[in-house]
Write a new protein. Sequence first.
Length: 429
Amino acid sequence: MPVTILVGAQWGDEGKGKVTDWLAEDIHIIARYNGGDNAGHTLNIEGKTYKLHFLPSGILRDGVVSLMGGGMVIHPERLLKEMQELATQGVDVSPQRLKISTNAHVITPAHQALEKADEETRGSSKIGTTGRGIGPAYTSKFARNGIRASAMRDPEVFGEQVYKAIENANKILHNVYQAPTLNASECAAKYSREAQRLAPYLVDGWAYLNHALREGKKVLAEGGQATLLDIDHGNYPYVTSSNPTAGGALVGLGFGPRQVDRVIGVAKAFCTRVGAGPFPTEQDNDIGAVMRGDGSNPWDDFGTTTGRPRRCGWLDMVALKYAVAVNGITELALMKLDVLGRFKDIQVAVAYDADGQRLEDFPVDQDLFGSVVPIYKTFPGWQTDIMDVTRWEDLPAAAQSYVEWIEQQLEVPISLVSVGPGREQTLLR
Ligand code: GDP
Ligand code: IMO
Ligand code: MG
């Protein structure tokens, strides 16, 4: 069957961009199904570094068409800037290679202003968002007063819709938050100009995809964010406002479940998280600092989008088993195994202690999740640099045992192990 879904299995930044790019060799269309430029994917290809936010990671492979799905939210100016930056790096971002679904929603400056005001109001319980206006853009969509990308086909009408949206948001900004208001006329004029530039990229995404599927084309549905940031299945309210889980691919792109035969989960060999919220295996100490790296390498764990240091911790099997279940993951890509070569001992959470009770199932109750203590199993480390290893057989035995143990626990194959950011640092099993 022709559709593979690729989903983040932890809190994001697992290395989805690298895996998507890697899989893109055999794929015709890569379609992002959720989120916006809260996503940040860093790709290292032949010594060059590319940073993607809105654009599907297939954009870096010749011959692949990239589709921004209807489940996404799009900020025209920031999208155009990203396209421009890639074009200067020699990437073809013409409408032949890049398509925007007409039912994607538009992020306005009001969404960003509302998010800022909301985060300030939350005080110490702020979400720690990426500040891109993602949550309020989805709020508009679900409140049925959002603006769809299709409106960009008529820049004048689009401008009018933006004007109205900003005026409405101004009332909330002023009356509810006592925050500065925005100049609706200026915003509308700017959005009209940008619409003219983006209109050639618009397609009805469902039609484009379903025609391609009928022609026997292969599609990779690429998720932004990840399972534990899912609005329904993540650590609510410390989540994003879309559905990064596999079901989000069907809704966000418009095809049926019977088209899908592979769901690839992407997980780090440890865990990271940016933003606020519970993180049972977090190592807010020297261990975490060693996992993160000091920032001297582009692959060290600092956010692609915001530059924030990522919170780091040991692998959490309770959360990973949950991700396998809620996404129907059929195989796993295990990333950044090289990083664990820095440790003498490696810990993995196998269960949680909840006030004396052993929990093996991920709890939906977020207060409970916030209070659990991990129960760890300790593995011997291999204490060597494995970034130059190119074959599974050449990994140290301790590294192989670690991967095999995870596989047995999850009951899904680990088909890909990554030992560095580059395309060639990928071991197939
Ligand atoms: P994404 O959002 O899931 O695409 O992941 P990010 O790009 O935000 O973060 C993953 C980071 O890890 C990027 O800088 C990648 O270049 C890097 N990376 C991917 N795989 C590996 C790996 O196996 N080892 C190391 N050291 N870095 C990796
Ligand atoms: P990729 O695709 C990691 C986090 C933010 C914050 C929460 C809500 O690169 O894996 P938002 O701006 O979405 O309203 O923020 O979600 N977050 C991510 N964390 N990777 C991402 O994307 C993220 N996108 C959002 O840090 O905690
Ligand atoms: Mg990322």
